[in-house]
Each structure stands twice: as C-alpha cells, then as structure tokens.
Design a binder for this molecule. Structure first.
Ligand code: SF4
Ligand code: SF4
Ligand code: SF4
Length: 290
C-alpha cells in the first residue's frame, strides 16, 4: 500500500511513529521511563510485534523499545491495542525526552542514590514539555546512582550522579592502609602517624574508602547529587559542565525546572542547550538556577 499524499512524516516521528526504509513500514517507539518495565507488558509487546510488526524489537540507546515493521494501515489498531494494555508511545522531536536512569541504590550494590526513582519522578513531571509548543531542540535527562556514571550524565542536557563525602573517625582507624590502596584517585595517603589523609582536590566522592575500611573508620558525611548541564553526543559532542555538587535529591527537580526555563528563555531554534550555555555563560545559568 502506498502512503497517503498528505501524510506528515515529521509529525508522525515526533509522535513516536518512525518511517523505516521500506515504503510503508513504520517503527512504533514505546515510552519506557528509566528502562523499567513489567514482564507482562514486555510479553504484550512481543505479542503485538508478531501480530502487527515483523516480529522484531529494537531496544534503543535511551532505554526505549521499538516495534519494527508495522504497515501504515495497521498503525492505529496497533496503537489502540498498546494503549489498552497501558503502554505508551514515546515522543521524538524538540521535546523533553523520556528520562533514562540506571537501577541505582535500589538494586545496584554500588548505588549511592535511588537513580531509578528520581528518573521516574522527573519523567512524570517533565516528559513531553512544553505541551503543544517546541523547545529549541531535544532535551535529555538522566540519573546515575554513583560516580561510575553508567547512563552517562555528562552526555545529557541535564545529568546527575550520586556522590558521597567521607569523613574519618580517627579513633576507629587501625592504620592498615587499605583505603590508600583502594582509592583509585590517589586521594588518600597514609601520614606519618599511620592515619590516612584525604586530599579534597583529588577526591571524586565515590565512597570506595568507606566501603573498603575494615573498621568502618571512614563514614558518610553527606550524600547527594552532582549536577551537570549542557552535555550532548551526536555530530558535535561536548561534555556537560558541572552545575553543583551535593545537590539534595529532593532539589533535583528544581534544577531541571530551572535549566528548562533558562533554555526556553535563551535557546535559539535548533540550538542544543550546551551551545546556549556557551553563548550565554555558565555563570549566568548558575545564577538563575541555583
Ligand atoms: S552508575 Fe553506579 S549505581 Fe548506576 S548501575 Fe552504574 S555502578 Fe550501579
Ligand atoms: S582502611 Fe580504615 S582502618 Fe585502614 S587505614 Fe584506612 S581508615 Fe584506617
Ligand atoms: S571518596 Fe573515593 S576518591 Fe574520595 S578519598 Fe574516598 S576512595 Fe578516594
């Protein structure tokens, strides 16, 4: 079947229906915030991929799922069936995109913050914004549970990772030196008095010293989020710039809202946030957001 002449492929793509190379086949992109989905939903997607598509699914880099090979004529029925099962279509285009996250502290032994829960909260609050309007370009957000940064917070428009500041309780230290060996940043050296000394400038707040100490002499002083803004991948990659350390998790949504407002106010059409920040200035962004 040939496609109707009036079809708006760009609008369809923005709505999560992506034209494939084949003449009338589309991929339906599903919205999967933080890459988390129940097994029953996944089974249903498999069923519909066989019923309407070519039986293949594609798991996207941003944790989404696409049903491939759906003929144009079947799109509406497939959509109705997906929506009846509680599955949602994902948006493309100049919008606040589906939020990604790693499993974080709820699942991963290295997690310092519950990245998944924060990602779901952000997705619920901001996804698809601005309603009926366009941002200058796409806007991507992610949360990582620790300094390993698996979901790459520095490559997103706004990204966060968990961090922890250690504090030494000298009376509980036996001078074993394990923390000096464990610290991959060389931020700990053993002093003449057989007590470890932490170099704040080298410390990346990973918490490995806390986890490795056999006597629990290193303890948690504070836990929070490092926040970055302006990162992107694609044709002209650039890492995000640090906005703040030790943001309280409950303040993360305020940071996103502030950066989004800055982007709406200052961004030029077609310009990613990082370019806007380079033009207007990180200091100005911080002044408005923090
Ligand atoms: S970023 Fe940290 S918490 Fe998240 S999956 Fe990677 S190691 Fe685990
Ligand atoms: S690992 Fe713990 S006990 Fe050993 S030197 Fe470091 S702080 Fe002290
Ligand atoms: S928090 Fe990480 S980087 Fe900082 S001193 Fe401890 S092990 Fe080293």
């Amino acid at each position: 079947m040939s496609l109707p002449k009036t079809i708006d492929l760009a609008a369809m793509k923005t709505g999560g229906l992506i034209k494939q190379r084949e003449k009338d086949l589309f991929a339906i992109r599903l919205r999967v915030p933080v890459g988390r989905m129940g097994a029953d939903h996944l089974r249903k997607i498999g069923e519909l991929a066989k019923k309407y598509g070519n039986g293949m699914l594609h798991f996207t880099v941003r944790q989404g799922i696409e049903i491939q090979g759906v003929p144009f004529a079947d799109i509406q029925t497939a959509r109705d069936e997906l929506e009846a099962a509680g599955l949602r279509i994902g948006a493309c285009g100049p919008r606040f995109r589906v939020v990604t996250a790693c499993p974080g502290a709820a699942v991963c032994p290295n997690g310092l913050v519950d990245a998944g829960a924060l990602g779901l909260e952000a997705d619920e609050r901001f996804y698809g914004q601005p309603e009926g309007l366009e941002l200058p370009h796409k806007f991507k957000v992610t949360f990582a549970g620790c300094t390993s940064c698996c979901p790459k917070p520095q490559e997103n428009d706004v990204g966060f990772h968990g961090q922890v500041e250690p504090v030494l309780f000298e009376d509980e230290c036996n001078g074993c030196g394990i923390c000096e060996v464990t610290c991959k940043e060389g931020a700990i050296i053993m002093g003449d008095d057989d007590l470890p000394v932490r170099n704040e400038a080298k410390c990346i707040y990973c918490g490995d010293c806390i986890n490795s100490c056999p006597t629990d002499a290193w303890k948690v002083k504070r836990t929070g989020l490092a926040a970055f803004a302006g990162g992107r991948w694609g044709r002209h990659p650039e890492l995000g710039q640090k906005l703040a350390d030790f943001v309280e998790p409950e303040k993360a949504m305020d940071i996103i809202a502030g950066v989004l407002k800055f982007y709406k106010d200052e961004g030029k059409r077609g310009e990613r946030l990082g370019v806007t920040i380079n033009r207007v200035g990180l200091t100005e962004l911080k002044r408005r957001v923090l």
